[in-house]
Write a protein that binds this ligand. Sequence first.
Ligand code: NDP
Ligand code: OXD
Length: 316
Amino acid sequence: MTETPSGRVLLAISGYHPQRWLDLFSARRETTLEPDGPNDPSIRYAVVWRHQPNQLKGFPNLKAIFSLGAGVDHIMNDPGLPDVPIVRMVADNLTQYMVEYVVWRVLDHHRQGGLYRAQKQKKIWHEPSQKPANDISVGIMGFGELGAAVAKVLLTLNYKVSGWSRRAKSTPGVTTFHGEDGLAPFLNGTDILVVLLPLTPSTAGIVNYDLLRQLRRRNGLGGAVLINAGRGRLQKDADILKALDDGTLKEATLDVFETEPLPKTSPLWTHSKVFITPHAAATSDPDHLVPSLLAQMEAFERGEPLKNVVDRAAGY
Ligand code: NDP
Ligand code: OXD
């Protein structure tokens, strides 16, 4: 049955300022930040980022929940989650930001940005030895939409690229691994580990000391490097510190942390081998994303299937 374009959009957002999202949605559909009570029959869609637990429960005409981010862990842990499709964000603009971020950080670690910044502070003129990209293997843990897009660009720069996913995949130019059995061989051949996994019960805490010590360390970089732009609770912050301090890791770039914002007391802030960004790898930009969310709603109302629907059993 074809849906009619009536019904309101509920914006349930924390952590982002909602006004721009509200303005853009309101220009095309009736949109609200507050429902008219807990069973508001006018709510057709919920567009969410870190909404309150049970906030989406009880709307009798709710048809779908849209995540403002690619990750949906902020939705899945709601005990009162209604049984409607959950759509995650897949958008060229978000992918582009993530590709830029990961390529920037891979190049900076590979071309020894940390060393040059330290040398500049001490006015040291010294040219270290340098390996080319084709001597460096970048392993992408979480080889989905974002991981595959990152791989494409790294391949054009001549890096060796491998990917690890839950299910088997085949991508030209990329050495692929999957499942538990594929993890050790994937890690053993990886110099720079890029984490782009979703946070699920199966992946929580996976980036721990035991995993990091399986990375290749005798490589052209002088040690293994970690880049985590997935989710903070994939990693154990304390294990990363231990790995940096005992040489298991040479350097790390962290965009995400077990606790966000990263507490001022965290030793990660002052660690000389850690590069920190504040969960900013790929930001959700309303001017780019609202048109695609509205287009999805309109397509759904024409009777077309929703795209990028989350597999609730897998958790992403
Ligand atoms: P996708 O769902 O497209 O990709 C997820 C990948 O992880 C898939 O390859 C999937 O395997 C793999 N995976 C999931 N669970 C497992 C597992 N148990 N074992 C092995 N592999 C697994 O997601 P996206 O690429 O769009 O996004 C990835 C994540 O990036 C998001 O969930 C989010 O947490 C994070 N993110 C962070 C941002 C930031 O600013 N820091 C911005 C945007 C996203 P398979 O292919 O077999 O399904
Ligand atoms: C996302 C994020 O999941 O920004 O998109 O973290």
